[in-house]
Design a protein around this ligand. Structure first.
Ligand SMILES: [Zn+2]
Ligand SMILES: [Zn+2]
Length: 118
């Protein structure tokens, strides 16, 4: 069950996967999106204000979980949402996503990125 009972409906919303032409920062986990990497580019209008969001391909997996199980999520708040849901659902996959996001998807004691979760 989702504890949040509202969904901030955008006036318009456009999401696509694009290839990075320069370095970006994922707005969910703060990790660097490298040149050539695929990331999700979203533009939308919420309450009359146009915003754009860049999300790394790792965090998109967490997003997809939220969409599938709760039908919604909020940009910029994905980490908190996943932690909350990990507590509610007590699912290992969710804890793994939460830890991954907190570590900016870096492997333990390494700068290498984790593989993208299934
Ligand atoms: Zn939920
Ligand atoms: Zn990310």
């Amino acid at each position: 069950m989702c504890s949040i009972d509202y969904y901030y409906q955008p006036d318009f919303y456009c999401s696509r996967m694009v290839k990075a032409k320069k370095n970006h920062t994922c707005q969910e986990c703060d990790r660097l999106i490298n040149i050539g990497e695929k990331y999700q580019y979203v533009s939308g209008k919420w309450g009359g204000i146009i915003s754009t969001f860049k999300t790394c391909s790792h965090c998109v997996v967490a997003q997809e979980w939220m969409i599938k199980n709760c039908g919604y999520w909020e940009h910029g708040n994905l980490h908190d949402e996943i932690i909350e849901h990990a507590c509610d659902y007590e699912k290992m996959e969710l804890y793994r996503l939460a830890v991954g996001m907190r570590r900016s998807w870096k492997k333990f004691k390494s700068n290498e990125l984790m593989s993208i979760p299934a």
